[in-house]
Every structure is written in structure tokens, then in C-alpha cells.
Write a new protein. Structure first.
Length: 165
């Protein structure tokens, strides 16, 4: 496990092939050891470690009941915008409506990367039928000053409601 994590951390590109290969290996394993290592990384001091931990957690669907509390804690306490972005992407990957309050809270973040992550996550965690407050947050993001945020949120509104913004 340690050698896998070390290899992933050596790939300094957040979208790097080695990093994501390791994450996919841990996703396939989907075992308790992978979850424990991801949780350890989420509590690390370094941003790179926390980013990796979050990205692993977002792929551990079988452990959603254990990952959501960790990710929700990070959503409320993390100061780094890229880690928050990754937390939101993880929420979207997990697709669990229990993360909706955290996503709504971050939808108004000052950093556009975080709002972009919220726009991505919202459409996946709104529930069925879609939560009104979550849908309103998505509509607000569709009018965001950042065009990437607005475009992604507009797509989310259209996919969720069947109507364009």
C-alpha cells in the first residue's frame, strides 16, 4: 500500500497518469485497507496528501457510509481551494444526497474552482425528486460570473429538470 501511495504522490500532476492509475487500482480493490489509507491521507498536513486521500475516497463507493463523514468534515474545515474542489468532485462521484448540505454551503465559495466543483456535484446529489434548495443553488451557479461554472451548472439544470436555464 505504501509503495502505491508513494508512487501516486511522486506524480505531482493532479491529473497525472501514475496518480490516477494508483487511484484506479485502489478503486478496484475497494477494501478496508484502501479506505483506512485514504482516511489517513485526508488528515495529513500536506495539501498533496489530502488531495490524494480525497480522490481515493471519491472512488470508494462501497465505503460511502464511512467516507461521507470524512468528506463532510473536510468540506466544513478545509482551507485549500483545490482540496475543496476535490471534495466536491468526490461527492459527485459518490452521488449520495446526504452530501447535499455540504455542497450547497460551498456553492457560494469565493473561489471559482470550488464553485465549479459544486456545480458538478449538485446534479449528482440532488436526490429524486430534486431537492429545492439544491436546485436553487444550481440555478444560482448557472448565473455565475465565471463562464465555466455557469456552463456546467446550466448543463446540470437542463439534465435535472429537462429544461434549459
Amino acid at each position: 500500500m505504501r509503495s502505491l501511495v508513494e508512487a501516486a504522490l511522486a506524480d505531482t500532476d493532479p491529473d497525472g497518469p501514475v496518480r490516477w492509475h494508483v487511484i484506479s487500482v485502489l478503486r478496484e480493490r475497494a477494501d478496508l485497507e484502501s479506505f483506512i489509507e485514504a482516511r489517513r491521507l485526508c488528515a495529513a498536513e500536506g495539501v498533496e496528501e489530502r488531495l490524494l486521500g480525497v480522490d481515493i475516497m471519491g472512488m470508494l463507493g462501497p465505503f460511502v457510509d464511512r467516507t461521507l463523514p470524512v468528506l463532510r468534515f473536510m468540506a466544513a474545515s478545509e482551507g485549500d481551494a483545490m482540496v475543496l474542489y476535490s471534495v466536491l468532485i468526490a461527492f459527485g462521484h459518490l452521488g449520495d444526497p446526504r452530501s447535499l448540505p455540504s455542497v450547497i454551503a460551498l456553492a457560494a465559495h469565493e473561489d471559482s474552482r470550488v464553485r465549479y466543483g459544486a456545480a458538478y456535484a449538485l446534479q449528482h446529489v440532488l436526490g429524486d425528486p430534486p431537492d429545492r434548495a439544491g436546485l436553487e443553488a444550481l440555478r444560482t451557479l448557472a448565473a455565475d460570473s465565471d463562464s465555466d461554472v455557469a456552463d456546467w451548472a446550466s448543463l446540470g439544470v437542463a439534465l435535472t429538470t429537462g429544461r434549459p436555464v
